[in-house]
Design a protein around this ligand. Structure first.
Ligand code: GP9
Ligand code: MN
Length: 627
């Protein structure tokens, strides 16, 4: 087959094999939704076009190098693809360059990664084995010295194909490259994971340049927008209600709202948190707004009321920026601030970021006694974590603001049998089956923590906030989730599953269940209002959760959004209450458009403004005291 008569040079053979494999992976491993034939076509041709472009570059080397280029090219390509698969299994997302440089985090993933690797994955390297074997057997017989004309022809064809691919993608989705918020679209339309990585590298250098070239002028437009759209009067009733009280913020790992007031095997999943609703303000339509930075993104949202970065974790990429953070503001108002988290201080670059945003103290893994017995999965068990934190809280100078970040309810949701008080779920997803048990464990840990606070006499002088940081069950577990919820899994449900619990518990107050839409972006202005701190000079994209005039949408980081009436995701507009797709259009400026369209633009504008602040480090030009 590989003799010269059949004209199957190795670069073409590798293109076909690798292209085919990549296509199969895109189609069946990554959960890429395809809406029409054009998208099917693009997804089918682009792995081959991308592979051809890469492997034909080998023609420009001498014969021996050609073989090496192809052999190592297919190996490295397969490894990159495989990393993406493993990453995707956990996050339903593709790797970006900033994430690749977060080695410190990858190293800590440990047990999580093992759970993501499957033995049959070895099949994914079949093309590598074949190409290496063929190369060994036939050596230089299957490469060749190609004429200049031939090389030029192949090069031109390949570039033309790339342009055609891009042209089709642009037709299918105009302004694709400008709108980077949707990685899935990019990956499927511009030639898969590889072109995406190149594209991402260009973006990365562009964002470095953005800071250098940014000047204060851009800020005027943004601060005007914020003053007009998001700076509203906070609730008068709640203003100052927590003044001089301690704020205890429990940031609960991977806690989603769907477990609250829900049952498994006839038992409540979260008995304590369910009861707590009765004497708390509980926001039942509160959304996380995180992206690739996961826990750190949710921290960032709370501390700054800015959106996290569309790519990578802003805790890594822009940790040196100027911010006007919650710890800094309350620090100026007499509060001591601290974070309790039993992990390395470098995880998510926290040590650097925390210092910059002026937390007074971080109690990291070195503040705890962590043994094999008292830890599981990602580390110290939550019950131990709270217990061992007591000695520090007791001595803390008051009033304080302390954030506790839990760990046990983290993927892959491991728990020692003696800690399990709920039977596992039974579905095809081990992840979801385990999840309920660790959620229950964390619920018990929170209950114990409340008791400790009463025991040491801190309860009455404190207000408590409890919030889920981000989703725990990605849409890789669609089938199992659909089974548990007894609902069809679609984009509408996916957005609804981004709800995380948000509680404000003020001892002595009854509270209420609040249904209006809300999100993590709103937490900072809410806390400031509760503390009686005037934040009208602040630049926040959120609005006080108790205020009357709230902004009318909650933007998720991928451009999806929620309004009181609609939910928008992946180009579809749904009725928020019924989940039906809204086909109706409305007329704006003589043009018919989807009912969601005006919000699509608003959301884009707001996310863009936030990105501009971060990428340009624009807050360094803003004088918070003077405005
Ligand atoms: C790590 C913990 C978990 O310190 O906050 O991070 P996550 O993986 O959820 O972003
Ligand atoms: Mn987390």
């Amino acid at each position: 087959m590989f003799n010269k008569k059949l004209q199957m040079p190795l670069y073409l053979f590798a293109t076909l094999l690798f292209g085919l494999k990549t296509y199969i992976i895109y189609r069946f491993v990554f959960n890429i939704s395809l809406d029409n034939m054009m998208q099917e076509l693009i997804l089918f041709i682009n792995p081959f076009i991308g592979a051809l472009f890469f492997f034909m570059l080998s023609l420009f080397f001498n014969q021996r190098r050609q073989i090496k280029f192809i052999k190592y090219g297919i190996l490295i390509g397969s490894i990159i693809l495989y990393f993406n698969i493993v990453f995707y299994r956990n996050f339903s997302d593709f790797i970006t360059i900033p994430l690749l440089f977060q080695g410190s985090n990858a190293a800590d993933l440990g047990s999580s990664v093992l759970g993501l690797i499957k033995y049959w994955d070895i099949v994914l390297f079949a093309d590598v084995v074949i190409v290496w074997t063929v190369a060994k057997k036939y050596g230089t017989q299957i490469t060749g010295t190609f004429t200049k004309r031939y090389k030029r022809l192949v090069l031109t064809t390949s570039v033309v194909l790339l342009v055609v691919n891009y042209g089709l993608a642009e037709m299918e989705r105009p302004q694709l490259l400008q709108r980077t918020f949707d990685r899935e679209y990019l990956v499927k339309n511009i030639g898969g994971v590889f072109n995406y990585l190149i594209y991402d590298a260009v973006l990365q250098s562009k964002s470095q340049a953005q800071r250098v070239f940014a000047d204060g002028n851009e800020l005027k437009e943004i601060s005007d927008y914020i003053k007009d759209e998001t700076t509203t009067d906070g609730s008068k009733e709640m203003f100052g209600i927590a003044k001089d009280k301690n704020i205890i913020f429990l940031e609960i790992e991977s806690l989603q709202s769907f477990v609250i007031n829900n049952t498994l095997h006839g038992e409540e999943v979260t008995p304590f948190l369910n009861d707590l609703i009765d004497d708390s303000y509980y926001f039942e339509n509160f959304y996380h707004q995180t992206a690739q930075g996961k826990t750190s993104d949710s921290e960032f949202l709370i501390e700054n009321s800015l959106y996290p970065s569309p790519r990578g974790a802003v805790y890594f990429t822009h940790a040196q920026n100027d911010y006007h953070s919650l710890p800094e503001i309350i620090g100026n108002n007499g509060y001591t601030s601290s974070v309790f988290h039993a992990n390395d201080n470098s995880f998510w670059n926290r040590d650097v970021m925390y210092e910059n945003i002026e937390y007074d103290q971080l109690y990291d893994i070195d503040s705890y006694e962590v043994t094999d017995q008292n830890s599981v999965g990602w580390g110290l068990k939550d019950k131990e974590f709270f217990k061992q934190s007591l000695k520090y809280i007791e001595k803390m100078e008051q009033p304080f603001y302390s954030k506790f970040i839990t760990l046990t309810n983290h993927y892959p949701f491991e728990l020692d049998p003696e800690d399990a008080t709920l039977e596992k779920y039974d579905s095809n997803s081990k992840t979801l089956n385990n999840y309920f048990q660790t959620v229950r464990y964390t619920d018990e840990a929170i209950e114990e923590f409340f008791q400790y606070m009463k025991d040491i006499g801190l309860y009455e002088d404190s207000v408590f906030i409890i919030m889920g940081d981000h989703y725990g069950i990605s849409d890789f577990h669609k089938k199992a989730m659909s089974q548990y919820l007894d609902k069809e899994y679609n984009d509408y449900l996916h957005v609804q599953l981004q709800k995380v619990p948000f509680y404000l518990h003020i001892p002595g107050q009854e509270g209420e269940v609040i249904s209006k839409i809300s999100g993590q972006i709103d937490v900072k202005p809410t806390i400031l209002n509760l503390l009686g701190i005037d934040d009208s000079n602040d630049l926040s994209f959120g609005t006080d959760l108790f205020g009357d005039e709230r902004k009318d949408f909650i933007a998720l980081r991928d451009g999806s959004f929620i309004t009181e009436e609609y939910i928008y995701s992946n180009d579809s507009c749904y009725d928020r209450q019924t989940g039906e797709v809204i086909e109706n259009t409305i007329e704006t400026d003589g043009e018919e458009q989807s009912a969601c369209q005006p919000y699509v633009e608003k959301v884009q504008k707001e996310l863009n403004y936030s990105d501009k602040i971060i990428f340009g480090d624009l807050l360094r030009f803003y004088d918070f005291a003077d405005e």
